[in-house]
Design a protein around this ligand. Structure first.
Ligand code: SF4
Ligand code: SF4
Length: 160
């Protein structure tokens, strides 16, 4: 093999390694879409729309909740909250939250769950390495503070 051919092979190999690494990075950053569908779904949507909207935080139902700042009254489960005294800011919960709910955000140094957007589907519980996500008692959750609402649909919204 000539020096020229050897250089070509080395370049091909480097390109393949680069492509593989880029694919890995792309997989890491791809939002997780939970499957099967969560037990709690947007009850105001029909099945085909539910499936299509799973991959997007811009579903009509989520946009409507963000605009009205109201929780879907048909959701049977209570919303979750994060005990920040235990949280290690790993973002595993944020990645596990289905985009059509899209309820968990980095807010300053905190990780917060907007109860109005949280269906209580439980998808965030298992990935949390320190078990610091808890259900709020029925009827006891408080509306999210105004400054938390700066996150949905902002550049910091991981679900859009
Ligand atoms: S329970 Fe967790 S995963 Fe489900 S909507 Fe609420 S914050 Fe998101
Ligand atoms: S998974 Fe748990 S520890 Fe990690 S950011 Fe979410 S609440 Fe915090």
């Amino acid at each position: 093999m000539t020096e020229y051919e050897r250089s070509g092979h080395q370049l091909d190999h480097a390109a393949q390694v680069w492509k593989r690494d880029m694919a890995q990075v792309e997989r890491w950053h791809r939002p997780k879409v939970s499957w099967p569908l969560p037990a709690v779904v947007d009850s105001d949507r029909t099945w085909p729309h539910r499936i299509l909207s799973m991959a997007s935080g811009t579903s009509t139902a989520r946009l409507s909740r963000i605009e009205s700042r109201e929780r879907n009254s048909k959701w049977p489960n209570v919303p979750m909250y994060i005990d920040m005294s235990q949280c290690i800011n790993c973002d595993a919960c944020l990645r596990a939250c289905p985009p059509n709910f899209g309820a968990i955000f980095n807010h300053g140094i905190d990780v917060v769950i907007l109860p109005e957007l949280c269906s209580g589907c439980d998808k965030c519980l298992e990935p949390c390495p320190v078990d610091c996500i808890y259900p709020l008692l029925a009827g006891e959750w408080q509306p999210a503070p105004d400054d938390w609402w700066e996150e949905p649909l902002s550049a910091n919204d991981p679900y859009v």
